[in-house]
Design a protein around this ligand. Structure first.
Ligand code: HEM
Length: 405
């Protein structure tokens, strides 16, 4: 409480900037924020936190007032980039141009054409799992599958996968406890490799997304070499860790919820076409792999009764919005693989809505299909260890045991 008897918003929000909180359970604090201070001010950082679905959507759909160009993570507060480090850091009209140039590489028909390859990869991993023998779904499924898919997408040979894995781990704040120097060194290696790959495909196009993006043209405009290289970095980072945690967090949701797997199997067997896509949406909502992204106000603005100044950072807590009872009802805190409708914001909302959403959904569905074809149950087999990161809701290990069909 403050001296005036109101909520001390700095005290209420402070733990949500502490990585350690995310190794535990941040959800009770989100619930307090939604109820007591849905647009809360943290005076120490001069930052606002937005915890309800309605305000997360309102902020996301108004890039003119809530811009991305001053950073999307809290460690970037105060940044003023001469050149945006990623497409996520651009605002319209630059963002619109960038997005139009890369969108063709992600058209749904192209993503669906990848299905056979994804299924082959998923099947090979699922084939190694024995019914009744505990496995770690993180190491055995969720780490390798998205990494292999993104490597296939980028045309990266199999012998490079271990390097890719280390690179993508190194660039996510809090994902590992590697020394800062080692992380920086790995990031430099990654950028160099991908910039070279971009230049190589421009010179000698192949049948991969790098070549496709290199050749994309809108009204005579093309991505520069630097833009193409940075986009590849972003794909590796954005498409890997996120999809991994959707899978591991989602499978933990099934293991921890009595009857959820059997219910899904029954709906799928009854020929309910939407059973698997709906289950994937719930895995996304439940896990919310990207905990939060930030915007910065370009002018003074009112939001849910609060007066925000110009230049104020605003953190959108996707993870909280996805448990908002006013949208998801009294079962908001329950993993319900048949939830319908499910208007979660795990992929963000508005102009920056995740460009890889179709791919992540296809990967999630295929993994479920392959697992359902072999296993009749999934049960916890040990403690789930979570990553201490305020950006990515990571699962480090999650032992489960699958039962035979
Ligand atoms: C479960 C998996 C995924 C989740 C939860 C996720 C989440 C998100 C979120 C929340 C945003 C919004 C950023 C913002 O508003 O500032 C976003 C954007 C983006 N995502 Fe994903 N993502 C996933 C998978 C992927 C994949 C597979 C790829 C690529 C292969 C990808 C590439 C991108 C890119 C390039 C953007 C930037 C789009 C823009 O700025 O217009 N993501 N993602």
């Amino acid at each position: 409480m403050t001296a005036g008897g109101g909520v001390d918003e700095t005290e209420l929000t402070a733990p949500l900037l502490d990585p350690a909180v995310y190794a535990g359970d941040p959800y009770p604090r989100y619930a307090r924020l939604r109820a007591e201070a849905p647009v809360a001010r943290n005076d120490t950082l001069g930052l606002w936190m937005v915890s309800r679905h309605a305000e997360v959507v309102a902020v996301s759909r108004d890039p003119a007032t809530f811009c991305s160009s001053k950073g999307i993570m809290t460690f970037e507060i105060g940044s003023d980039y001469a050149t945006p480090p990623t497409m996520m850091h651009t605002d319209p009209p630059d963002h619109t141009r960038y997005r139009n140039l890369v969108q063709p590489g992600f058209r749904p028909s192209y993503m669906r054409a990848l299905e056979d390859g994804i299924r082959r990869r998923a099947r090979a991993l699922v084939d190694r799992i024995e019914p009744g023998v505990p496995v770690d779904v993180v190491a055995d499924l969720a780490v390798p599958l998205p990494l292999q898919v993104i490597s296939d997408l980028l045309g990266v040979p199999e012998d490079e996968w271990p390097r890719f894995f280390r690179w993508s781990e190194a660039v996510i704040p809090g994902a590992t406890d590697w020394p800062e120097e080692e992380r920086a060194q790995l990031s430099v290696e990654m950028v160099t490799y991908l910039l070279e790959a971009a230049a190589d495909r421009r010179a000698t196009p192949r049948d991969d997304i790098i070549s496709e993006l290199g050749a994309a043209e809108v009204d005579g405009d093309r991505l520069t070499d630097a833009e193409l290289g940075m986009f590849l970095v972003q794909l590796l980072v954005a498409g890997n860790e996120t999809t991994r945690n959707m899978m591991s967090g989602g499978l933990v949701g099934f293991a921890d919820t009595a009857g959820a797997w059997e219910g899904l199997a029954a709906r799928a067997a009854a020929g309910t076409n939407r059973a698997l896509p709906l289950a994937v949406e719930e895995m996304l909502r439940w896990t919310t792999p990207v905990v939060a992204f930030m915007r910065t106000t370009t002018r003074a603005v009112e939001l849910a009764g609060k007066r925000l100044g110009a230049g104020d950072p605003v953190l959108m807590l996707y993870a909280s919005a996805n448990r908002d009872e006013s949208v998801f009802g009294p079962t908001a805190a329950v993993f319900d693989a048949a939830r319908d409708p499910n208007p979660h914001v795990a992929f963000g909302f508005g102009a920056h809505f995740c460009i890889g959403a179709v791919l992540a959904r296809v990967e999630g569905r295929i993994l479920l299909e392959e697992l359902l074809a072999r296993f009749g149950s999934i049960e916890p087999a040990g403690e789930v260890v979570r990553t201490a990161s305020p950006v990515i809701a990571g699962v480090k290990s999650a032992p489960v045991v699958f039962g035979a069909r």
